[in-house]
Write a protein that binds this ligand. Sequence first.
Ligand SMILES: Cc1cc2nc3c(=O)[nH]c(=O)nc-3n(C[C@H](O)[C@H](O)[C@H](O)COP(=O)(O)OP(=O)(O)OC[C@H]3O[C@@H](n4cnc5c(N)ncnc54)[C@H](O)[C@@H]3O)c2cc1C
Ligand SMILES: *[C@@H]1O[C@H](CO)[C@@H](O)[C@H](O)[C@H]1NC(C)=O
Length: 585
Amino acid sequence: MAAISTRLYLLFGILLVPSLAAAQSRAFGGVPPAYARYLVDAAAMPAVELYDYIVVGGGTAGCPLAATLAGPGGGRVLLLERGGAPSEFPALATAGGFVRTLAMADPAPESDAPAQGFTSEDGVPNVRARVLGGGTAINAGFYSRAHPEWFRGRAEVQDGEVTNWDMRLVNASYEWVERQMTFQPTVRGFQAAMRAALLEANVTPWNGFTVDHVTGTKVGATTFDASGRRHSAADLLAFARPSRLRVAIRATVTRIITNPIDPSARHGRSPQPTIAAVGVVYQDRLLDQHQALLRPGGEVILSAGAMGSPQLLLLSGIGPASDLSYLGIPVSADIPDVGKHMFDNPRNGISIIPSVPVDHSLIQVVGIPSANGAASYLEAASYIVPLAPALRSSGPFIGSSSPLFVTVATIMEKVPGPLSEGSLWLSSSNPLESPPLRFNYLSRPEDLARCVLGVRRVAEVLEGRALDGFRSAVGSTNRRGAVRRDFRIVGAALPVDWRTNDRALADYCQQTVATLWHYHGGCVAGKVVDRDFRVIGARALRVVDASTFSETPGTNPQATVLMMGRYMGLKMIEERHSRRPVIPS
Ligand SMILES: Cc1cc2nc3c(=O)[nH]c(=O)nc-3n(C[C@H](O)[C@H](O)[C@H](O)COP(=O)(O)OP(=O)(O)OC[C@H]3O[C@@H](n4cnc5c(N)ncnc54)[C@H](O)[C@@H]3O)c2cc1C
Ligand SMILES: *[C@@H]1O[C@H](CO)[C@@H](O)[C@H](O)[C@H]1NC(C)=O
């Protein structure tokens, strides 16, 4: 029976696959999202199929990449995403659902939650996306382009000259993304106060609304529209030709299938590839295995994110030979840097409970004290969160009128770069489990020094008059003898001598370090992939996502990850048409 339906499928293509549009439409209050027409649950996919492009991971880079490859001039594309569709989870649809989504984050490999929690070996809790749209379906929506130097690559980590960005195509790709899914926010409430506070703390000039990375204080774009609805990378799928794109959800890729290349048939790039990708194996929610195989001239592209892409290479025997042999994984290609050079930007800040209720706001305003990444970036958000039981039973909240929810406003700094790095490794052959990893936050003195200056700047922002309205009713006498009302601080308070005591601020940095979820690396350009994002030593295999970065772009990465998906799609279509038949010499 299965064999027959597979054959029928190959004959009639996508027409036989039951559509999920009906289910999607129920989940979305009657109007199915535009991407619903492409979706199929992996369990309804045939056992074997052929494609020109197989994109692994329907995230921030994977969606625009697949949509572009299945657009004009493209080929037949399969996009494989381990999670479900964003429309199945109402909390994802609005900015207000951000905290709820993170609160629902579930580390369990078998869970369906759209955010998968994990804790790095550093002890810092973190999350990764497990849903179509990837990070863009669960993130804070702030959108801002890379700093211009970012495109030159990072000499400390990469080997040689490894970048090859065509800046005209970069700009055109950013613009394409921006037309489809970004908006100018209306800045009010807490974000407006933050803007005033940054300017008062001399993070100048005021640059108004711009997607560009420029020194000073600015308002960036957002993926939440005027009615507060989220637009994610999944929406970009609508640009594919329906006959060319199939998006399988609840499809977890377990392995890339590779073949050794006969040495006599090797040609082209140096070093010469020794293996060629020929397809992938993926499993559906019933743990049944399926194969997707490449047509001649096709490619497998990993867009599974900074944890997923290196993990899949390792599971496929592409990585450090000694580690793989130790784990009993047959080595296909010895690439020592797979899973190495993992970075996460340390985030530190101060959270307060404002005395007056403030609006819920995700990041809209950012401070860029120096555009070349020498100083920490400043960002802020205000969340309405359930009151922690500890607070509920103490202080001003005692009594029957205790509010169940409270606003927490947080002002944070993020160390750009960073230089501190760690690695990711396998502890299990189950691709549903997050691999263990360590970032070694603030282990490099340069990063710690920038954190000290960054936290000091956060303290200065809080000191200004602009945030006075959020101070509590309780006052204290400052050094000059004037009474100033305090902030109600949540969590750690700054050392009292923060102005002068670097050592105390460094301790504060180390004790309160958290993540802004901008982790990257693991398949770094110049080490694991070449300047065209091809896996070094492999044919028909690329990596296109944040795992190729040795530095995070701009204040926040999603703009550049989305751009990269579009950009590489256009590049690969160009190559498809300029490809000449290879004449063996
Ligand atoms: C909570 C949070 C808030 C953030 N806020 C912002 C913000 O406001 N602004 C900003 O610019 N950036 C923000 N970011 C960062 C940004 O979202 C990420 O850097 C970016 O989305 C990474 O894109 P990616 O394509 O590399 O990976 P992802 O978008 O994570 O895509 C990877 C996809 O691959 C899938 N996958 C993984 N393994 C497999 C497998 N084996 N088989 C099939 N599928 C697989 C995953 O389920 C996922 O959908 C935030 C991130 C988080 C988590
Ligand atoms: C790309 O856009 C930036 C502004 O975002 C501009 O400064 C730059 O000159 C543009 N580059 C090209 C090659 O068009």
